[in-house]
Design a protein around this ligand. Structure first.
Ligand SMILES: [Ca+2]
Ligand SMILES: [Ca+2]
Ligand SMILES: [Ca+2]
Ligand SMILES: [Ca+2]
Length: 551
């Protein structure tokens, strides 16, 4: 059985927290700036070194090797020059030597050329960061720029870079110098197949890109300068990444959205919207969250899934003007969380299974889907109510709760879900745990998920999806570790083909062995290695069988 590994390496995951692009110097943010500069004040490209990157500057690479900085306050909106050094052929931005462009007001002191008196409010380097675009590249791989940034600013991140299909990486579609600056937040992109043998990174989705500067105490255009235009007197304060007002949340736990945390003025109207992740894109009519009081000062949203949710608050002031903030709320279920969604989730019943580590038994002990093995977590033995009546074939074995030796989890981990009352009856949240079975009765239009809140070091879990309804379906599986999406398997264009069985039959039907996930503990953190499973003899085809219960 062929496998390919997707590793949530420390280097990739650390970018969530550290906030620095590879090789990129990002300067301190938060400088107050007095002049709007339209966001294009630093539009110069950085030429790449010639092959070998010797840095001689002999052929067109002159600007690479620390050209003399232009005079401060250069006339006519002189574009700044990015100083780079050459390290083994890879351009590395080390600083911005120029000032910002001129503005309509044309204040002489804009670039500090004037007196010192007003300079406290002028945004200049090093606070003002460079866009950091390198010259156009056929492939960002050829200069080792496979880093989640759109280094050549052509609208594609890491074009030409190889990857493992199903892997997920943080990405930023804006100018690379804006990455992790101000309000800007990474999105995510999934590695997909590009023909039979090639792979490529898919579209970079989500996150927060540079926007026109607004008067909101946030650096919206991510140039390093907050509210950098004239006469800004903020009436509210929008949160950026890491702001304590927007802590991470938990799946199935109500997350309060308090308008007064962000806007203190007089408000005529409030409006809230929330946009979810890949499962919501698949099921536009069945959002993976509940948003209540969306027209109130304080709204509440309750996410069902891990991952990033984009929240927008719009306040209508008495004069009709608007004050708007948009930010990302990270929903971070602990440990290992596997989520399965599919566009047919309101009409068809697919089931998610997770095999107990160390077990390799067949998924079913008899000839139908009611004969589920008990050394796995699924609808029969892993919900609040144990719904499997017995395990066939006879002699029937009573169904007991999946128990893999983990500690139980606090009720807060699951009682906010649709089975909350039942879990309160149990008295704790089990681990492993299936929050809800989308079986068109107790759940419909919902993603199905299985949680292992505190996996151990080196445990390997196999993920399976079974097609109970038997109608053609297109399941997608997300693997999250500590709330970070590590893999997305079955997303377009890499759909699981021909995933259908015999409609109306309770036979085993179509089974998709999705991936093996191995957990690695790093202190209190859980990292994962995801190995996508392939059909025997293939290195690319999904491992789908019909009426075959093999592990
Ligand atoms: Ca690019
Ligand atoms: Ca790149
Ligand atoms: Ca700014
Ligand atoms: Ca602002």
């Amino acid at each position: 059985m062929g496998e390919t590994d997707i590793r949530a390496s420390t280097s990739v995951r650390s970018r969530w927290a550290i906030g620095l692009g590879a090789g990129m110097a990002v300067f301190s943010v938060g400088a107050a700036c007095s002049s709007r500069s339209g966001g294009d004040e630093l539009g110069s490209d950085v030429p790449l070194p010639s092959a070998g990157g010797s840095g001689s500057g002999a052929s067109g690479g002159a600007r690479l090797d620390a050209p003399p900085p232009p005079p401060v306050g250069a006339a006519g909106g002189e574009k700044s020059v990015v100083v780079t050094v050459s390290t083994g052929g890879k351009p590395v931005l080390v600083g911005n030597s120029g000032g910002s462009g001129s503005t309509a007001s044309g204040a002489g002191g804009l670039n500090g050329g004037g007196g010192a008196g007003s300079d406290a409010s002028v945004c200049q380097p090093p606070a003002l960061v460079a866009p950091g675009c390198v010259q156009a590249l056929e492939s960002e791989a050829v200069v080792d720029l496979c880093n989640g940034s759109d280094d050549d600013c052509d609208g594609s991140v890491d074009e030409g870079c190889k990857c493992e299909p199903g892997a997920v990486q943080p990405c930023f579609l804006g100018e690379p110098g804006r990455r992790h600056v101000g309000a800007c937040v990474d999105g995510e992109q999934v590695c997909v197949r590009n023909g039979e043998l090639e792979t490529r990174w898919g579209e970079c989705k989500g996150g927060i890109l540079p926007k026109p500067e607004a008067c909101d105490t946030l650096d919206n255009d991510c140039n390093g300068c907050v509210d950098d235009f004239d006469d800004c007197k903020p009436t509210g304060s929008c949160p950026g990444p890491g702001d304590p007002r927007i802590p991470a949340g938990q799946p199935l736990a109500a997350y309060p959205l308090r308008g007064r945390d962000f806007f203190m003025g007089e408000a005529a109207r409030w409006s809230w919207t929330v946009v979810g992740g890949p499962c919501d894109a698949l099921n536009a009519g069945s959002p993976s969250f509940v948003l209540s009081d969306a027209s109130s000062e304080t709204a509440t949203f309750t996410p069902k899934l891990s991952g990033d949710y984009t929240v927008t608050m719009t306040v209508t002031l008495p004069d009709g003007s608007l004050f708007t903030c948009t930010w990302i709320v990270h929903i971070q279920g602990p440990g290992l969380r596997v989520e399965m969604c599919y566009p047919e989730s309101t009409t068809q019943d697919l089931d998610l299974y997770l095999k107990q580590p160390g077990k390799t038994t067949p998924w079913f002990t008899g000839n139908d889907q009611f004969s589920t093995s008990l050394d796995q977590c699924c609808w029969a033995n892993c919900e609040a109510n144990l719904r499997g009546a017995s395990v066939m074939p006879v002699p029937a074995e009573p169904v007991t709760r999946a128990n893999w030796g983990y500690a139980t989890s606090p009720l807060s981990f699951c009682e906010g879900g649709p089975q909350g009352d039942a879990w309160r009856g149990v008295g704790y949240c089990a681990s492993p745990r299936l929050d809800i079975d989308n079986n068109l009765q107790e759940g419909t239009g919902l993603p199905e998920n299985i949680n292992v809140d505190a996996p151990r070091e080196g445990e390997a879990f196999r993920i399976l999806v079974a097609n109970f309804s038997g109608e053609l379906s297109r399941p997608l599986v997300n693997v999250y570790c500590d709330g970070h999406r590590t893999a997305t398997i079955g997303a377009a264009p890499d759909l699981v083909p021909n995933f259908s069985g015999t409609p109306g039959s309770i036979g085993i039907g179509a089974l998709w062995r999705v991936a093996d996930v191995t957990t690695h503990l790093d202190g209190t953190k859980t990292n994962c290695t995801v190995s996508v499973l392939h059909a025997p003899g293939s290195t690319t085809a999904f491992d789908v069988t019909y009426d075959d219960p093999r592990y």
